[in-house]
Unconditional design. Structure first.
Length: 690
């Protein structure tokens, strides 16, 4: 079996004094660039309803406004949920939460609980299946927020732990309000006070049903407005795909109804001033004589306004804005297979009820289909429906391209095609192009601002590859480029690999393995190679590749194949390296020591450590001074945990600057070791797990 593994090399940033180095001397930018014309597209290809996981970059074609585009970025992303809660690091501040949301490797979910259109029993019944589905779906870098129609999107607090999300849902334990006998909303109560139900023979009987329609229209209006606000908010949060799991019975899409604004026997037309009786003076008055909270004037104004709403038009606008915002909806009807729409206590005629039920289901399906989501409706098997959503959101392709179209500020349509026949493709429909004036400003920032920005970008770049540890892979590798000291320093490449100890790969590596390593130019023959044996009981190796000919600056590829003793095909991996024009290190090698290694130092390509271990990072160097080292958290804050530094020279002529830290004082999370050599700053990130 051949496994395709996506491996990220830890990014290192060298920053010279004053942060004024030229572009040629800087480390390459992170994978995702943010020029005004750079567009990212999430693609969900399926065949017979199942995700397709073996496509390559060459299989995709992107059209922007009908013009073919060159795919510059390609990645197949497979997310694993159902991970220990301790591996999911919560944001501690609003700023940190926003930074996590903006991370292109994180998925963002919003649970929209449509309180107005879900009954109490259904809201309680769906709570546990919903939490279980999120637990299966959410990876350690994903974020989930909860919103209701009464909330502003800016009040959403995004979290990573399903225990935290369960706590949010506990606040809305019985959050459905559709069938509540006592309206919890003061405005709803006011409508019922203004237009109460009276016997059919009463002179005011023409007001029967007015309050109920006003309440229904107001609820739907508030829900539609909240969804529109949410889509606009998510558009400003990040460009990457956002998923809104909407728990709702659906909507009727109320249109203008002049009959609702008709004059009533006991109230007159909605825009007329109320006529009342003042008991203190015994005279007629224009003031309202209704109880507190039931203003006749306000009820009349609301009745006029609600009679004129057009939710159908606004609903269509939401679909357009969702596509522009790269937001997909996954609506779920918690009623399951519903037989009737109206409650038994107040049923509508059968034909009317059936039409209402069908219209609600249609709106949910339309919401999903028009935004490339999935609708779970007309099914009593909610668990199966959630599994479909989990499968849909757990495997996708991330494509990026530089648009050749104009920066005109208008909506640009995107079409994604797969050349392989029989595959259905769902992807974002388009985007709003930037304008020339929206391009990044060329005004030079202040030295302090430039320094802070550079430091923050360096830490973010170093931590970025840790997103690849949300899923298990059979084999991982790390590589570093260094220079051997001498009158004419020569470049070398160090490679370390590690077989996975995950349970799903125990059978694969049970008998040990052999590994072949090959270094080649990006376009050219092999320059150096090595072959190692990984005996039974061991999982790692480390080799140095030193070609007979000096390595010129440029792009290089390291191809690694690890094959178990009883396998016919190897597990392959490819690392891309850049050798700079000046003798400076790129990449790093890691070592762990702890109870699992018999308290011996063992090379590791897995950047996940435990508190019982010590982590050591080694970076090739030409310096003879160990320099200084610090430990930073994921925000760049310096921690008081000491980092021990040394300089080590190996028998093959290589020299290494090392930084070692004891992990026991640290909490679960992402950290960065900073090594300083003179004016150069080198960063290496690792993840601490339970």
């Amino acid at each position: 079996m051949i496994y395709r593994v996506v491996i990220g090399i830890v990014l290192f940033t060298y920053v010279a004094s004053g942060f004024s180095r030229t572009d040629q001397d800087q480390t390459p930018r992170p994978t995702f660039r943010t020029e005004a014309n750079y567009i990212r597209v999430d693609v969900f290809p399926t065949k017979d309803g199942a995700p397709v996981s073996d496509l390559t970059q060459a299989d995709f074609e992107i059209l922007d406004q009908g013009t073919p585009q060159k795919v510059e970025q390609f990645e197949h992303v497979v997310m694993r949920g159902n991970l220990p809660q301790e591996t999911r690091i919560e944001p501690n501040t609003v700023r940190e939460m926003r930074s996590m949301v903006e991370n292109s490797r994180s998925r963002v979910f919003v649970l929209f609980l449509d309180t107005y259109h879900v009954d109490v029993a259904a809201s309680h019944r769906i709570r546990q299946p919903l939490i279980e589905a999120l637990d299966r779906m959410i990876g350690p870098d994903d974020l989930v927020g909860v919103m209701t129609p009464e909330m502003s999107p800016t009040d959403i607090a995004f979290a990573r732990k399903t225990t935290t999300i369960a706590g949010m849902l506990t606040r809305y334990w019985y959050w459905g309000e559709r069938d509540r006998l006592i309206p919890p909303d003061p405005d709803d109560e006011a409508y019922e006070t203004c237009y109460p139900q009276v016997p059919a023979f009463d002179q005011c009987a023409d007001q029967n049903g007015v309050a109920a329609e006003m309440i229904a229209r107001r609820h739907e209006k508030r829900t539609i407005d909240a969804l529109e606000d949410l889509v606009r908010f998510l558009r400003g949060v990040r460009e990457e795909r956002k998923a809104v799991i909407t728990i709702s019975n659906g909507w009727l899409e109320y249109r203008p109804n002049t009959n609702l604004a008709r004059p009533l026997a006991c109230h007159g037309a909605p825009n007329q001033a109320p006529i009342g009786f003042d008991p203190r003076t015994g005279k007629l008055t224009g003031k309202d004589s209704n109880p507190v909270g039931a203003s006749e004037a306000k009820c009349g104004i609301d009745r006029m306004n609600l009679s004129q709403i057009d939710n159908a038009d606004e609903f269509r606008r939401i679909l357009d804005e969702a596509n522009a915002a790269n937001t997909s909806f996954y609506p779920v009807d918690p009623r399951g297979l519903a037989a009737f729409d109206t409650p038994i206590s107040n049923p509508a005629p059968l034909a009317v009820d059936a039409n209402m039920l069908q219209h609600r289901i249609t709106t949910l399906r339309t919401l999903a289909e028009a935004t490339d989501g999935l609708a779970i409706v007309n099914s009593n098997d909610l668990e199966r429906g959630f599994k479909q959503i989990v499968a849909d959101l757990s495997s996708y392709y991330l494509l990026g391209y530089y648009s050749t179209t104009k920066l005109d500020g208008r909506f640009h349509s995107i079409t994604v095609r797969v050349k392989r026949p029989g595959i259905q493709v769902r992807a974002r429909r388009g985007y709003f192009a930037a304008t020339p004036t929206a391009a990044p400003s060329k005004t030079a920032p202040s030295p302090e601002a430039a320094k802070a920005e550079a430091e923050g970008a360096a830490v973010t770049a170093a931590i970025g590859p840790l997103a690849g540890y949300t899923r298990e892979v059979p084999f991982r590798a790390q590589a570093a480029v260094g220079w051997k000291p001498g009158d004419q320093p020569t470049a070398f490449v160090a490679v370390e690999g590690e077989l996975s100890a995950a349970r799903e790969f125990e059978e694969l590596w049970k008998g040990g393995a052999t590994a072949s390593i090959e270094l080649a130019a990006a376009e050219g023959p092999a320059l150096a190679s090595s072959r190692v044996t990984i005996p039974l009981g061991s999982r790692t190796f480390r080799v140095a590749l030193s070609p007979t000919q000096p390595l010129a600056p440029g792009e290089y590829i390291v191809r690694i194949g690890a094959r178990s003793t009883d396998a016919t095909l190897p597990t392959r991996d490819t690392l891309h390296l850049t050798i700079p024009s000046q003798p400076q290190a790129v990449g790093a090698i890691w070592i762990r020591r702890g109870p699992a290694t018999g308290n011996k130092e063992v090379p590791t390509a897995d950047l996940r450590f435990r508190r019982s271990e010590r982590a050591k990072v080694e970076i090739p160097t030409l310096a003879t001074d160990a320099g200084a080292a610090r430990l930073l958290d994921r925000t760049g804050k310096v921690l008081s945990v000491p980092v021990t530094t040394t300089i080590r020279s190996d028998a093959d002529g290589t020299r290494w600057a090392t930084g070692e830290v004891t992990l026991a004082p640290l909490a679960v999370g992402d950290y960065v070791i900073e090594l300083s050599e003179g004016n150069n700053r080198m960063l290496a990130a690792f993840r601490l797990i339970p």
